[in-house]
Design a protein around this ligand. Structure first.
Ligand code: GDP
Ligand code: GDP
Length: 454
């Protein structure tokens, strides 16, 4: 369903002009005379990559600028009802008036999130009013010029968070990236996948500390998997942290022969990534890395899940360091998407390394859920471009203008520019690799979408 964005503000601040700018047609009547009554208008808006329904309200006439007349309230309230976000427009040239204050107070009582927009901010004359609008206490104002089309990228960026939630993968409710506590409270959704006999069931049993898998809790059993809720105590901090472990292989174990299980390993992994935030790919130290493992690893990364490699049966590994380095090199070669995946060695039999495995999984989830502050992202963008400027195929330069993080879980970025269709894949890889390295995502898969504004 299309998102609805509502424009609110006193007369003459430029609501219609903004509406026209977003709808792209001279649809709205622009009038210099304050107080011209109009009905609520709806338009299909396009802003860079976002499409949404825009609603212009004209209900704030100033018959009595200190109080809101019943009609005004009703009209605006009705419009606010269906809105996902409100753009509260003020006039940066004129400054903040008592009616602006009144509207601000009113909006604060409403449930709808508000973006403060300081319009007519082109040139010097808008500076005073822009700063004055901070006094409304509605956060950082977005400076725009509806008439001249300035500040549209910033407006886009302010709107973006309200468009993301829907796109989250099924089964993974969005978590506010700024809310670290909420993230810590939410159980880590962890899946352990891998070929038969790698030691997945043994690992799960060792983690749970008792032979609970075979009985399995009633809750969360689906056709193909069991969800086991338990709590892990971090031995370093003594913190208790909830985990939801997805077990796909354990339950079919008894009923199937090994050849069939081999085939099902990939299907199991596919199923597990629907649920999991972090996926452990378990290898058998006595067998090493095989083609099937790479296939599972790519699948997990393509689905945008955080992946870690765990080599089990370390207690019986021969030439341990040779094995470890061999697997690491084969992974880097076989998985071009992500270099430097975390690789850990454990023994499910002795329990060695299992706490480290869980601790690493929590770290991965944090990185996977992280949002980079805009300022840091812009700084990174400037330095990445100057360190390695985009190429000029056929002598014509590709211009990269702006980058924004559109989503977390997995971290997803949108890059705006011109002639992006000519941008070589290698350059794209350079950007994603350096996002991962420089902005702390490390081995978490990062998505980059290219967009050319019309
Ligand atoms: P509304 O009553 O809030 O819908 O305001 P309008 O869109 O009708 O605009 C009121 C007046 O402000 C018109 O004369 C517009 O041309 C002017 N205006 C709108 N946006 C801008 C802007 O970004 N800069 C300047 N300088 N004037 C603007
Ligand atoms: P799954 O098919 O991946 O669930 O594998 P299982 O957990 O059933 O383990 C397969 C076999 O490997 C069993 O015989 C386990 O006892 C053995 N195994 C599991 N973990 C270890 C380990 O850390 N060390 C050793 N030496 N054997 C293990």
């Amino acid at each position: 369903m299309s998102r609805q964005v509502i424009i609110i503000g006193r007369p003459n601040v430029g609501k219609s002009t903004l509406f026209n700018r977003l709808v792209g047609k001279k649809l709205a009547l622009v009038d210099d005379q304050p107080g011209v009554t109009r009905d609520r208008r709806f338009g299909e808006a396009h802003l860079l990559g976002l499409d949404f329904t825009i609603v212009d309200t004209a209900g704030w006439e100033e018959e009595d600028p200190t109080s809101l007349s019943g009609r005004m309230r009703m009209q605006t309230m009705a419009a606010l009802e269906g809105a996902d976000v409100a753009l509260f427009v003020v006039d940066a040239r004129h400054g903040i008036t008592p009616l602006d204050d009144e509207i601000g107070r009113y909006l604060r009582e409403q449930k709808v999130p508000v973006i403060l927009v300081a319009n007519k901010a082109e040139g010097r004359a808008g500076e005073g009013g822009y700063y004055e609008s901070y006094t409304l206490g509605m956060g950082d104002p977005v400076a725009i010029s509806a008439e001249h089309g300035e500040g549209m990228a910033e407006l886009f960026e302010a709107l973006l968070p309200f468009f993301n939630e829907d796109d989250e993968e099924e089964g993974l409710p969005p978590i506010d990236p700024e809310d670290e506590e909420a993230l810590n409270r939410a159980p880590l959704k962890l899946a352990i996948v891998g070929r038969p006999n790698a030691g997945k069931s043994t690992t799960i049993n060792a983690l749970l500390g008792e032979d609970r898998l075979l009985t399995g809790p009633e809750a969360g059993i689906t056709r193909d998997s069991i969800a086991i809720d338990w709590e892990w105590q971090d031995p370093k901090t003594d913190e208790i942290r909830p985990i939801r472990l997805i077990d796909t292989a354990g339950m079919r174990k008894k009923s199937l022969v090994v050849e069939k299980l081999e085939k099902l390993a990939v299907a199991d992994a596919r199923h597990a990534v629907d649920f999991a935030e972090v996926v452990v790919l378990m290898l058998d130290a006595t067998r090493g890395l095989e083609h099937q493992d790479l296939k599972i690893a790519s699948l997990v990364l393509e689905e945008g899940r955080a992946l870690m490699i765990v080599i089990n049966k370390w207690d019986v590994a021969e030439d341990a360091s040779g094995l470890f380095n061999g697997i690491r090199a084969a992974l880097d070669e076989g998985l071009a998407q992500v270099k430097g995946l975390p690789v850990l060695a454990v023994s499910a039999r002795t329990g060695k390394g299992l706490d480290q495995m869980i601790a690493t999984a929590f770290e991965l989830r944090s990185a996977w859920s992280k949002r980079v502050p805009t300022a840091a992202l812009n700084r990174w963008f400037d330095s990445a471009l100057s360190a390695n400027p985009p190429p000029a195929p056929g002598g014509k330069r590709i211009k990269l203008r702006y980058i924004t993080q559109a989503k977390t879980r997995p971290p997803s970025f949108i890059l705006f520019g011109t002639r992006l269709d000519a941008l070589p894949k290698s350059y794209e890889r350079y950007l994603t690799n350096s996002i991962r390295r420089d902005l702390g995502f490390n081995a978490v898969p990062v998505r980059l979408t290219l967009r050319m504004p019309k």
